[in-house]
Design a protein around this ligand. Sequence first.
Ligand code: AMP
Ligand code: MG
Length: 339
Amino acid sequence: MQVNEVKRRLLSCVLTALLSGCGQQTEPHSATFFAMDTVMELAVYGSESLLAEGEELILDIEQRLSVTDSSSEIAELNRNGKAAVTSETESLLEKALALCERTDGALDITVYPVVRAWGFTTGEYKVPEEIDLIDALALVDYRKVKLDSGTASLSPGMQIDLGSVAKGWAGDKVMEMFRQRGVESALLNLGGNVQALGSKPDGSSWRVGVRSPSGDGYAGAVEISDKAVITSGGYQRFFEENGNRYHHIIDPKTGWPASNGLLSVTVIGDSGIACDGLSTALFVMGPERALTFWETQGDFEAIFIMEDKVVITDGLADSFEPLGKYADMKVEVQYRDKD
Ligand code: AMP
Ligand code: MG
């Protein structure tokens, strides 16, 4: 390269740097699409072609895991009680089962017969007859799912549903691919599950909104870098019958929608699948049990939203800001017992 050409390129880079930071995009490339029953958005600072690759990855995961697509690996497992699974699906099942174990069954991927009895898979909602619930509950026990080098098997009648962890897992896979491609800055929003890779290109944190369970904007915002921010809430899917509201997060011990005063739980940590599984599990546990559980764990922080208060774990004390009606309430901070 001629010396003049080098000087010209350097100058042009300096000018660009003054405007936007040398070699950095000011705006991310972004894409919005529908997958896993929800709207997904990818925003990436890097090559635009990464968007199509990210979308393809998610659609491929959906195709393998969907309980409603009869050709998926999981649908085959549910139909036959046994199926060959790809190493990726086996690894997801291992991680999901470990989360069931870790939460002592508050998360249970075999709760599907109960979810079906309530009509949450088809949209034909109904409060099940008690006898139907008892029959469905008898099939629920994650400890009976067996994995053996490429083959998954269930006990008779058992069925699984990975809806509680699939989006977090998909987010992890997209992040892994972005990282391998040298991306340093990206944000995913997979139907309200937000996952950030790195910080914004200018080095500042991402500000992620936590939805208000009553549907009116945001209950708060949290500043994060390189983290997943994943929420489970009864408000996300529910139906009403005879003046009662029934939502889609089931307590595997009773077969009924978890009812313990929590409107939503947001879990923040490094792993998308862990945050996704834990947010569902903590929602089932309820505030007291969930906070006791958090005290014994070291890999996540959480935001508990109730009708009249917000409780956050101490790692978020400097990064959480309550918004809307929650800005007028006291935010309680839960500290770890030092004893
Ligand atoms: P999430 O939105 O991640 O909290 O997941 C909720 C979805 O997971 C529901 O729509 C059900 O399909 C399924 N599900 C409901 N209750 C449970 C549970 N206790 N354990 C595992 N999956 C559940
Ligand atoms: Mg979940």
